[in-house]
Write a protein of this length. Structure first.
Lengths: 462, 462
């Protein structure tokens, strides 16, 4: 179906990008054959590391004329197999297109190449008192191109929204090998916003980004984390609801259940107080010119709400060192569960915020009926919960059953398969089964327009 | 090209919706032949007022089989001719599908029919301490269906974003007469968000909405308006930039220039101090549990910044009565300019925030070279500026020239044709001329998939 990358074709690719941007040795390309999803491995025939838009465009032209697959790849931190070349062909890695081209402080916009590491943008923005608030847990290894392609979320979305809310402009190449662009350094856009929003979250199936514009926002002057341990996990969403009723505009409202904490403690070696309890983790940011005592009042109010909802204690972390420790634990969760408990799979179902308690119950029921423990954590503030079933050597049939059960539980509660990881390869079958067939049909037809030869990340989503 | 709505077809439509939901008398349908754009009038052959999803679906089926045009219409407040039936056929008015079906307080979501008036949603939400923050100036006459179809903005978008950021679920009928749905009562969605975001802002050209889900947010406890008059309009954006540098997270940052104020004063009869000056209007909202004195400190800081930037005075409005007066003036602007100065046209170009000063200069230059005064107002905080050229009986050729000049000025500054009004009919030619041809080409192809017979709001956007 797809043509192989023969020596002749490799030579042609080299003439486009230069010899040193075409990798073919197994030792060089092996690391592009996996992402963070368990048990998937697809070797690319070659890995291309283009250096500019023009090279990407020419690669696409050549791929269309010769018919081989192109799979764009950011930091490779996907949990769904999305950047894996299931039909062979070339992986396009943006590791050499990793420059921030412009931070326009007067318009509060950043123009950059897709390979920029997400955390680097915020570090640059901070120099000008600006803030890029979207923070996937893989902040320091994922890329903004990958974030745009998955419309990535993270823990700060409660207050700040997802990548979708910051992506303001794109330059891209579609599967017809046509270059196109939309948006710009503009906040509000009723001119060419539709297709920009369509390709955000399309996981590289509709277009390859070559340049991106992101809106920056104001940097909070003060922030603090509140940590509240609860004996009963079921009380954590109740406390979260209480926080929301106070209109404190929290940045994060996160759950880490007992098993999650236990994995983190073992993995990071950090001492965690109340490590046998489930934790509610709240981050509050304050804008400018709020006095310290006014901010303390707000923290006190939030802390009181946690105690009233049944917290065993309340810890407030304001110093950079304390906060770093907390983020170290929080952002280690995925690896911690994988390494110490064994991750059978991690899903990121999303349900209405008011249904989170019910979802936790359903997860526990599945755990009890199958005998595999669950480590549950994630974004209470937006109903996007990461459910990990843990253990070792679970039989494939059992895994399938458990996945089906957790998806169906979420759907029954008015939820969806994925809140932020996307569909990729691992949820493709479920997407086709559980998403409205008319929606899937429309998406297929749209795909055909952007990529009639199906060369862009084939085999993903549907 | 389109079939006429003969008596036989009208009879069939009556069998779908009931006799009283099919209007054909001139006296009944005339008001659907215009919107708020100047000088446009297109009579529909009939106006349908369906009462539920099923009726809309059957209307679409019948329209596809008989090939006549369907033009969905919300409150008719568009400034672009978007809801006008340029190819005749039926206007679908959602005036009888105007129920809020559910306000889910635990998930902070509202489920509603597309004909609900935008202001009504916020009034309902307020009963539960919740907030729907998107506030187009036509708040009390526009509908949420229309807002979704145009991805409407408004003055609060600086802090809260546009309709696009709140639209969480849709049920719709496309031009194949297929019903489809996406999203739900969920905040974060990486499952079926792409097409939802695609049809938001599609102005009824891709699908007709029959049910919508909107996210609600926390209601600010305190708010205040700051009004600062400036002798020199050019200093207003400078003051706005100063406000942003303070990280106060303002809700609105608006400009009303001298002529705008003058029109408002005459039109509303309200006394306006410093009415010969341009005004900066800022709204600040505060979250929960901020003491009055802490909020006063913030207001004082913002006021000082205005004075330092050259304001003649600073007025702070905290009482409901004062705020109502300000909103009355602010939301009257469009009508005020039209009635008292004569509106040649109003455009809503959008530029990078840092380029607003330059845009104001360009508008003044066009005004001086053509001899028609400009009234300029709008959203300094997001670079979306409403430029009105005023006067009476401007010749068509002159109008065309002036429009072209202001669009080209915005484009030269890295901006776009429209920040929130959309393209509709009035900017269609400019869309095709100034938007990336590859973008237009892709959008055409997408349209063809959603609406192969071109029955949905034909003749709009491109």
């Amino acid at each position: 179906m797809y043509r192989k990358l023969t020596e002749k074709r490799i030579k042609s690719l080299k003439s486009i990008t230069g010899d040193n941007n075409v990798l073919t040795e197994t030792a060089d390309i092996e690391k592009y054959s996996t992402d963070e999803s368990p048990d998937l491995k697809y070797m690319p025939e070659t890995v291309l590391t283009p250096e500019n838009h023009r090279q990407v465009l020419e690669i696409a032209r050549y791929a269309v004329s010769e018919k081989f697959a192109l799979t764009p790849r950011g930091g490779g931190t996907s949990l769904t197999g999305s950047p894996l070349p299931v039909s062979g062909g070339a992986v396009i890695s943006f590791e050499k297109m990793n420059n921030i081209l412009d931070i326009d402080t007067s318009s509060r916009m950043a123009v950059l190449q897709p390979g920029v590491i997400t955390g680097d943008l915020d570090r640059q923005a901070a120099k000008y008192g600006l803030f890029y608030p979207v923070n996937p847990a893989s902040l320091d290894s994922c890329t903004l191109g990958g974030n745009a392609a998955t419309a990535a979320g993270g823990a700060n979305t409660v207050r700040y929204g997802t990548t979708r809310n910051y992506l303001s402009g794109i330059k891209a190449v579609d599967g017809n090998a046509a270059e196109w662009q939309a948006g710009g350094k503009i906040v509000k856009n009723s001119t060419d916003q539709q297709l920009l929003q369509l390709v955000a979250g399309s996981e590289g199936t509709l277009s390859i980004f070559t340049s991106l514009v992101f809106r920056l926002t104001e940097r909070p002057e003060k922030n603090a984390w509140i940590i509240a341990p609860f004996r009963d996990t079921a009380k954590v969403p109740v406390a979260a609801a209480k926080i929301f009723s106070l209109s404190l505009n929290p940045t994060m409202v996160e759950l880490m259940d007992r098993l999650t904490l236990d994995c983190c403690r073992k993995y990071t070696g950090e001492k965690i107080e109340f490590d046998e309890y489930s934790h509610l983790l709240i981050r509050l940011d304050s804008g400018g010119h709020l006095s310290s005592s006014a901010f303390q009042d707000i923290l006190f109010t939030a802390g009181q709400a946690c105690l009233q909802a049944g917290a065993e204690d309340v810890l407030i972390a304001e110093s950079a060192a304390e906060q770093e420790k907390i983020w170290k634990i929080r952002s280690s969760i995925h690896d911690a569960i994988k390494e110490t408990c064994g991750s059978i799979f991690e899903e990121d179902v999303t349900v209405p915020v008011g249904q989170v308690s019910q979802l936790l119950t359903e997860a526990r029921n599945i755990s009890e009926s199958t005998g595999y423990e669950t480590a549950v954590y994630g974004h209470l503030g937006d109903g996007n919960i990461h459910v990990n079933f843990t253990g070792r050597n679970a039989p494939a049939k059992k895994i399938k059953e458990m996945k089906k059960s957790i998806f169906e539980a979420a759907l029954k509660l008015g939820g969806k398969l994925s809140g932020e990881h996307g569909i990729g390869l691992t949820k493709k079958d479920y997407f086709c089964r559980y998403v409205d067939p008319s929606y899937v049909n429309l998406l297929r037809k749209v795909k055909k327009q952007f990529d009639p030869e199906n060369i862009l990340n084939p085999g993903k989503i549907f």
